[in-house]
Write a protein that binds this ligand. Sequence first.
Ligand SMILES: [Zn+2]
Length: 269
Amino acid sequence: MTTRRTVLGWAIAPLLRSASLPEQSAAIVLGRSFPDPAISYLFLDAASGRVICSRWIDPGKRIPVGSLVKPFTALAYGETRNFQFPTVVCKSEESRCWLPQGHGRIDLKTAIAHSCNAYFLELAANVDREALDAVARRFSLNSPDLGSGPATLIGLGTMWRISPLSIAQAYIELTARSAEPGVGTLLAGMALSAKLGTGRGAGPGAYVKTGTAPCLDELRHAGDGFAIALYPTSAPRFALLVRAHGVPGAQAAVVCGRMRRALASGAGW
Ligand SMILES: [Zn+2]
């Protein structure tokens, strides 16, 4: 994708040549309202997977995306277990979760909503490699390296790198496959995330997943927050992927929510 710095941000000048008027207005609204260079975004049409507007230097470059990989690892687990998912007890540090007090007894839907590491480490330890590769192919994602451990399969560390464009389009594909086994539960978890989980900052009426990943951008930040929102839940028209440098995923979700409101009020999207 061509990127060019302008007064409104990256990648707007190329859009002005080819984009429709509404698409230009979306680019201008986001460029004006979110000038902070620590914030990157991709705003996509969920029907076609096409980028409506963006500000993301090299969105095709593979980077760690943290917990955004969790739904795909869960699907791989389900492939070989008739999509029967366990209940796990998260005891926090003992369970290697990020939440100090732990999430307690948790099922797949709630684990997606709260992005529980303990839950997904348990699934990832039992994922069949061929199933994971099959899921990755189905969603046009690159697989992690052979021999990757459970931590990599839930998005910890830097080993499983996926381009922002690919992960956004994989989520669009996920919503398109809502009737397939396991997917409905994942989407219910993402809707719950928007209501009361790590994604609640992204606002209502969306399927949301958050992630936090090591920042490889000259290692300037301890971690970068990611949030993707697909909305409306009745039949997603848009996918908005946000990365905010130096904050956790829940905070990236707050930025995502502000962008949704700006797009709705400022550009009619
Ligand atoms: Zn947990």
